[in-house]
Write a protein that binds this ligand. Structure first.
Ligand code: FES
Length: 168
């Protein structure tokens, strides 16, 4: 009997969430503009920013829940749900757009069967937008699991996903 095919990463326990939030707050305590680095630290530790981490930040930073949620929603990098085992980021900034990024994005959506901020039907790949990977001279660009790839085409993207173990 096969195991369920839902490799979306396990969610951390509540003590792990609170530990990550407190640790991030302690790391940047007293620094001006520390909300962004704190959110980055929590996402680096847990893979996403759980809703239950927000009250800890409200108390520590004297900000409202709405302010913190607003920042999480504003920045495409932050996610409030766990990502799949493979994270594909497609650059949607100007230079890549001029070199066919929309076509590439449409191909990725079709292949994965999901939109940006979603995961493929089999739960293996999360699709995210990113806004410039510093590879503008070699557009269009994508990043898979933190590794950038330039001069991307739909066929090359399929090969990269296949090499990562994804098959539609
Ligand atoms: S615009 Fe896509 S890498 Fe810069």
């Amino acid at each position: 009997m096969s195991t369920p095919s839902n490799p979306v990463q396990d969610r951390p326990s509540e003590p792990q969430i609170q530990e990550a939030a407190r640790s991030a707050v302690a790391q940047y305590e007293g620094q001006a503009g520390n909300l962004l680095p704190i959110l980055h630290a929590i996402q680096d530790a847990l893979g996403y920013i759980p809703d239950t981490a927000v009250p800890t930040l409200v108390e520590a930073l004297q900000l409202s829940r709405a302010e913190i949620h607003g920042v999480i929603q504003f920045y495409a990098h932050f996610r409030d749900q766990p990502a799949a085992a493979i994270v594909l980021e497609v650059c949607r900034a100007e230079s890549c757009q001029a070199m066919g990024a929309e076509h590439l994005a449409q191909h990725a959506r079709q292949q994965l069967g999901c939109d940006f901020h979603g995961s493929s039907a089999n739960g293996k790949v999360t699709l995210e937008p990113v806004y410039c990977l510093g590879l503008c001279a070699q557009s269009p660009a994508v990043m898979i699991d933190g590794k950038p790839h330039a001069r991307m085409t739909p066929a090359k993207l399929d090969q990269l996903l296949h090499a990562k173990g994804y098959d539609a």
